[in-house]
Design a protein around this ligand. Structure first.
Ligand code: NAG
Ligand code: NAG
Length: 289
């Protein structure tokens, strides 16, 4: 019952990752991304498998995917700036760069040393945002890399920290809520947001702690449908040939739902849906989730 010699070698090559391909986790930054600003503040590490963005008084930095996508399951691995990071904003987001843009945001808001980071998320559709939610993380995001992910199909948008879904935005087109449909690029940046990011802008960036450094990994983009459509949806990206479009991903399963509720009960610090002074009448999607 032994393996034939050819299959033995096929398996060996798969294990070693030498089958003409680089292992997904080691995909080089240059394969799928490019620097968009702050070139002097970008450092490539481990042969491009890791990128360091830094922020000093002169500049932050940012990068973007070469392609745009019409659906997919997107991720980056990020280790946030440590120590005194008040005012410093580290981001990972999808954006369409159109006038009435669609955008799905992870924004990590730094804090004074010893105080927790806030992870703010937002959803823009057709130029309309104002959908901020904020959580505290249940681990130290400056100590290690963690996976931050966004699922986007025709029915559902889910934000994940590692495998934990903590925000859901449903397709509520039927009650008049515009759903993101425009092709979006993946972007990330490190910048000075001290006019708003920490304690509503009252806690400022401590420049004597500069440069601030964020590290990114995970530059493989295996699960995205590339598209250039900016007017209306990319229909070909809704095909069920893409696993993330299948019915299983139209809502959370019961285990995911439990994990989601746990985060919202224990780690949520702000939800636009329950901000009555700001929205005396909650936006329609808030009544549906
Ligand atoms: C959202 O749902 C509606 C039906 O309610 C459907 O017609 C539409 O194709 C869905 N997807 C998008 C991206 O709007
Ligand atoms: C700013 O950073 C310096 C050096 O890291 C530190 O000594 C100082 O206490 C910090 N200032 C504030 C206001 O936290």
């Amino acid at each position: 019952m032994g393996l034939s010699l050819p299959s033995f070698f096929a398996i060996l090559f798969l294990l070693l990752g030498v089958n003409g391909e680089i292992l997904a986790g080691d995909t080089s930054f240059d394969a799928n991304y490019y620097v968009t600003w702050g070139n002097n503040n970008v450092l490539s590490l481990n042969g491009g498998a890791e990128i360091q963005l830094s922020m000093d008084k002169s500049s932050g930095a940012g990068f973007a995917s070469k392609l745009s996508y019409g659906s997919g399951f997107f991720h980056l691995r990020i280790k946030l700036p440590d120590k005194d990071s008040a005012g410093v904003v580290t981001t990972f987001y999808l954006t369409s760069h159109t006038n009435n843009h669609d955008e799905l945001d992870f924004e990590f808001l730094g804090n004074r040393e010893g105080r927790p980071y806030t992870l703010q998320t937002n959803v823009f559709s057709n130029g309309e945002g104002n959908r901020e939610q904020r959580i505290h993380l249940w681990f130290d995001p400056t100590a290690d890399f963690h996976d931050y992910r966004i699922l986007w199909n025709q029915h559902l948008i889910v934000f994940y920290v590692d495998d934990i879904p903590f925000r859901v935005f449903k397709n509520n087109t039927n009650i008049g809520v515009i759903y993101p449909t425009q092709a979006m690029r993946i972007e990330a940046s490190l910048w000075d947001g001290d006019s708003w990011a920490t304690d509503g802008g009252q806690t400022k960036t401590n420049w004597s702690a500069a440069p601030f450094k964020a590290h990114y990994q995970g530059f493989n983009i295996d699960d995205g449908c590339s598209s250039t459509a900016t007017q209306g949806p990319s229909e070909q990206c809704y095909s069920s040939n893409f696993w993330w479009n299948q019915e299983k991903y139209w809502k959370l399963d019961s285990n995911q739902q439990k994990a989601y509720e746990n985060v919202r009960t224990n780690f949520m610090t702000y939800d636009y849906c329950s901000d009555r002074p700001r929205f005396p009448n909650p936006p329609p999607e808030c009544l549906q989730q």
